[in-house]
Design a protein around this ligand. Structure first.
Ligand SMILES: Nc1ncnc2c1ncn2[C@@H]1O[C@H](COP(=O)(O)OP(=O)(O)OP(=O)(O)O)[C@@H](O)[C@H]1O
Ligand SMILES: [Mg+2]
Length: 255
C-alpha cells in the first residue's frame, strides 16, 4: 500500500452502497486515495466505476457508507459541495462551450469583472498562468474552443478544473476519444499534476495508460471491489485476469 503510517488519505470511502431500483450498482465498496497518488479504477462495463466517482463528485448520493476527505467526514448533496472540498471531476464530453474562447471557458460562470465589464486582460493572464502550471501550450487563449483538437479541448477542460486548485482530480475515460499523441500529452499532464501533489483517479479501459502513469490499480466487478495491485508489482495481464475472473476468494469459488 502507498498508505504510509501517519498519512491521511486524500479520500477514504467506506462500505459504500448504491442501488438504482433493482440494480445494486455498488456493494460495500471501500475506496482509498492518497495525496499525490494516481489510482487506476478499472472493470468491465457496468462494474460501477462511474457510479463510485459520481458519488465522490457529489453528482449521485450514496445509499449508505461513509466518505472522508482529508480526514473530514463529508455528506455531499451537490457537485458544488464536492468542489468546495477540493474535488474536481472531468467528464468525457468535456462540457465546454465551443463558441467561446479558451480563457472564457476556463473561467465560465466566474468571469472576473472590472465595473460592469468583463476584465479580459485579467482573465487571459489567469488562463495563461494555469496553462503554464500544466505545461500545456495553446496558440492563444483567445482561440475558440471548437477550433481546437480533441486533445487540446481535453487540456482546456483539465485547465478549468485546475483553476479551482483541487486536491483531487477524477478523470472518467479521459483517453477514449483521444489520438495517440493527445493521450500521451494527457498522461504527461497527469504526471505533472502528481509532482505538484494532486491526487488523481483515472477510469480507463486502456490498461496501458494506467500502467504508464498509475501507482495503484483497483478493480470493480459487478459493483464490488474484487482486487487491488500496486502497478510496480503487477502486470496488465494479471489485472486483466482480475477484471475477468475476480481475485482471491471469488477465484477459489469458481475453481
Ligand atoms: N442514473 C442511473 N440510473 C439507473 N441506473 C444506473 C444509473 N447510473 C448507473 N446505473 C447502473 O449502475 C450500474 C453501474 O453503472 P456505471 O455507469 O457505474 O458502470 P461503469 O463501470 O462506469 O461502466 P462503463 O465502463 O460502461 O462506463 C449499471 O448497471 C448501470 O446501468
Ligand atoms: Mg462509466
Amino acid at each position: 500500500m502507498t498508505d504510509m503510517a501517519g498519512t491521511t488519505p486524500a479520500v477514504d470511502m467506506r462500505e459504500i452502497n448504491k442501488s438504482f431500483g433493482a440494480i445494486q450498482a455498488l456493494h460495500n465498496v471501500n475506496f482509498r486515495l492518497m495525496p499525490g497518488e494516481i489510482l487506476g479504477l478499472v472493470g468491465d462495463n457496468s462494474a460501477g466505476k462511474s457510479t463510485l466517482v459520481k458519488i465522490l463528485s457529489g453528482a449521485y448520493q450514496r445509499d449508505s457508507g461513509q466518505i472522508f476527505v482529508a480526514g473530514k467526514e463529508v455528506h455531499f448533496k451537490s457537485p458544488q459541495e464536492s468542489r468546495d472540498m477540493g474535488i474536481e471531476m472531468i467528464y468525457q464530453d468535456f462540457a465546454l462551450c465551443g463558441n467561446l474562447d479558451v480563457a472564457a471557458n476556463m473561467f465560465l460562470g466566474r468571469w472576473p469583472r472590472k465595473g460592469i465589464f468583463i476584465d479580459r486582460r485579467r482573465m487571459e493572464a489567469d488562463a495563461e498562468a494555469v496553462l503554464d502550471r500544466l505545461k500545456v501550450k495553446v496558440n492563444s487563449v483567445r482561440q475558440r474552443v471548437e477550433s481546437l483538437s480533441g486533445g487540446r479541448q481535453q487540456s482546456v477542460a483539465i485547465a478549468r478544473a485546475i483553476s479551482f486548485d483541487p486536491k483531487v482530480i477524477i478523470l472518467d475515460e479521459p483517453t477514449a476519444n483521444l489520438s495517440v499523441m493527445a493521450t500521451q500529452q494527457l498522461l504527461d499532464t497527469m504526471l505533472e499534476l502528481k509532482s505538484q501533489g494532486v491526487a488523481q483517479v483515472i477510469i480507463s479501459h486502456r490498461l496501458q495508460d494506467i500502467f504508464e502513469v498509475g501507482d495503484r490499480v483497483m478493480v470493480l466487478k459487478r459493483g464490488a471491489a474484487v482486487g487491488e495491485r500496486l502497478v510496480k508489482d503487477s502486470s496488465q495481464d494479471e489485472v486483466l485476469r482480475i477484471i475477468v475472473q475476480g481475485d482471491g476468494a471469488e477465484e477459489a469459488l469458481s475453481a
